[in-house]
Design a protein around this ligand. Sequence first.
Ligand SMILES: Nc1ncnc2c1ncn2[C@@H]1O[C@H](COP(=O)(O)OP(=O)(O)OP(=O)(O)O)[C@@H](O)[C@H]1O
Length: 362
Amino acid sequence: MTPDIHPVLELLHVSKTYPGGSVKAVDNISLSVEKGAILALVGESGSGKTTLLRTIAGLEVPDEGSLILSGQVISEGRKAVPVHKRNIGMVFQDYALFPHMTIAENIGFGLKGMTQAEKKRIIEETLALTNLEENPGKYPHQLSGGQQQRVALARALAPKPEILLLDEPFSNLDSILHDRVREDLRKIVKATGITTILVTHHTRDALSMADQVAVIHKGRLLQMDAPRMIYNHPVSGYVANLFGKYSCINCIRTEGGMQTPFGKMPAGNTEISPRMSRLFCRPEHIIVLKKNSPQPAEGSVLTGVVEAATFLGDHVRIEVKPENAQKARLILHADTFYEPGTNLRFIIRPYKFVDFGDPEAE
Ligand SMILES: Nc1ncnc2c1ncn2[C@@H]1O[C@H](COP(=O)(O)OP(=O)(O)OP(=O)(O)O)[C@@H](O)[C@H]1O
């Protein structure tokens, strides 16, 4: 029997324009989130990700579209279930802790309609889950930024919401804390099994923390996929560029593949549509072959000349151009510094034929 995977949250054609606004902050977004998944909403400043998160929370009412939470319509057109009646937990960017309450009191704040003993048990469980057992009697100002964030998280998790929403969870943390908090946060929410949606403009956080990444641009959903798909199979130059450096070179269709300025690349199992006219790859997918190394079993050997090399600590960034053409250029990462003018043999794996190019031109 296949497992019963069903969406906890569905958004259907949701749009929102702020009063007096000339453009839609959220423009016809439809998506669904499966139970227990972590979804990251990623986009540049002003792309509409916070508006979308606030719409899910019930803090903004959409103009059009509907939201369905666990099979119940919570918003349809301008009619919406109010915030406190949605079983949703939210962690705000500034944590919004109650300064006059202890950590334990902050965590217990949302626990209503239960006995004192039950409340105490849940607070203790949540303190343990979020590694805060040592400080239940302290006040927020006595804690570090990372600890304050865990209190905010614990407060949101204690009532066992159907969905947890996190607004820019890493924005107030220094870069050293940042990576640790990201790992802790993923562990904690995965331990609870609570479906989580977070907003971030750090693409690395989205790729490492989420099960699904939704890329938002000018209020629209450009792509929603697993992190590896977003990184390796972006649908446009804009998405490709948002997640890091890439090369995109013009090709001419030939029998069984494409002719690049560096050599011929086979189509493999992929069908090349007439619109595809470029090869896309990330820098780390270009592997330089050692001198005199034999032809690898898989992959065509390409050739080019080093145009520039920049030492970047853990790798060297190399720009390589074709031997007999000036225009095309690839960017790759290598572990060796090659002097400009060096002839290189390399393979590209994986690669993809695409119908997009330079994002500036899109
Ligand atoms: N309260 C508001 N009133 C009017 N316009 C708003 C309001 N909040 C946001 N906007 C506008 O809506 C659009 C989307 O903003 P939103 O805050 O959702 O983007 P964002 O992707 O979360 O950006 P950031 O990362 O900077 O928070 C922007 O054009 C913004 O100027």
